[in-house]
Design a protein around this ligand. Sequence first.
Ligand code: DSN
Length: 490
Amino acid sequence: MPRIQKYLQKHAQNLQPAAIAYLAALDQIESFAPLIAHAIEQELSDQRSHLKLIASENYSSLTVQLAMGNLLTDKYAEGYPHHRFYAGCENVDLVEEMAQEELKQIFGAEHAYVQPHSGADANLVAFWSILVQKVQNKEIERLGKKTLDELTPEEYEQVRKLMNQQKLMGMSLNSGGHLTHGYRHNISSKMMRSVFYDVDPKTEQLDYHTLAKQALQEKPDILLAGYSAYSRRINFAKMREIADSVGAVFMVDMAHFSGLVAGKVFQDEYNPVPYAHIVTSTTHKTLRGPRGGFVLCKAEFADTINKGCPLVLGGPLPHVIAAKAIAFKEANSPNFQDYAQRIVKNANTLAEKLKSDGARIVSGGTENHLMIVDLSSFGLTGRHAESILRKAGLTVNRNTIPGDQNGPWYTSGIRLGTPAVTTLGMGTDEMNEIADIIVKVLKNAKPAIVEKTGQLSKANAEIDPKILDEAQQRVNAILAKFPLYPEIEI
Ligand code: DSN
């Protein structure tokens, strides 16, 4: 029997619109592509049966999810509101303007651009806008021309080379920086020269004095702050001073912590928006929206950022922008501030309990939504821990630690985050229980022996099935109290 029919029969007295829409959509998809319907259903079941501790993931609301599944996907709307390259964009204008206004209100930003499809795209829009405004446009002026199109091929080649010579300074991957902040295997290191700052080897935290000295030596054109695996707050007032001291544009990638800024946990010097020329973010991490990105900037960059398409992007995704507008409205509510505070409280509780149970947390703790656990004392790599914890019912990801000897594939750490479990409503008791389960599993896991070589495997670990079983039962007991999307019965 179709899912929707079963649901309507059972709940005739109390129909939930989101459940109806979801189940009807699954039935419709199944009639054409059963594999896809099955994969969506299985994903729901997977997310319901594992504790989601991936620091960059969350659970968006069903309203956000449903706003993405409609005919807005069929509309091209290159350009920006009221300045489009296609006819018939009035409805997309309404949607995009609402998303921009909600976003500006959340962050008190001078300008918001909501088209980037991801955080990586948002960073590319920001990088190239800075290069266009600070290098290309100045060079056009110096050459006595008015527009890019007036340059001769030789002049244009000169501008192109100049842009390639600019210098980006961001946090290194091992210290917790992101791939798009100048990593060699990412385009960010190919479009500019990139140099990195590290955390202090002793404190494993940023040392602004050292950073200021390095900036003076390197004289970057862009100073970039932000991270995907750093568990401390950043003082953006100090970072802006450093950027100003070398004439750099100050850019912040707040993809991981934008929800904490929106929820007013990060205020004053810990809020990047008043200090940075340009701020980028994803929409789906602590901010709990659909998958996507955005850029905020000072008014002086607005015109250039608005031309993210065609500079970097193709046509916008109006259906995703609709879902962003919903998520931004959600983040503008007072409930969201309570949510953001609980994320950080939960992370702190989890980290402190892990520590008291014998795990080492990089930098000694956390001030945000995430923490990196150093696995050295357990004799495990990140891959061992990631896979054995997954078997126990906890989804985490392996992560490098500062000075990691195991490289980015195996790693020596795992990253844990609390945005998703906090969305489910978990609190202190659950964090203590989760820490206990994690340490018990890690203490009892041993690297497996590779049959062919007799060597210890760097990827697979073994554990007494009784301990694993006990961990699974404890995880299931927690999950049973905090159901995901309870209105959807599958
Ligand atoms: N993949 C995201 C994260 O896990 O932090 C960043 O790109």
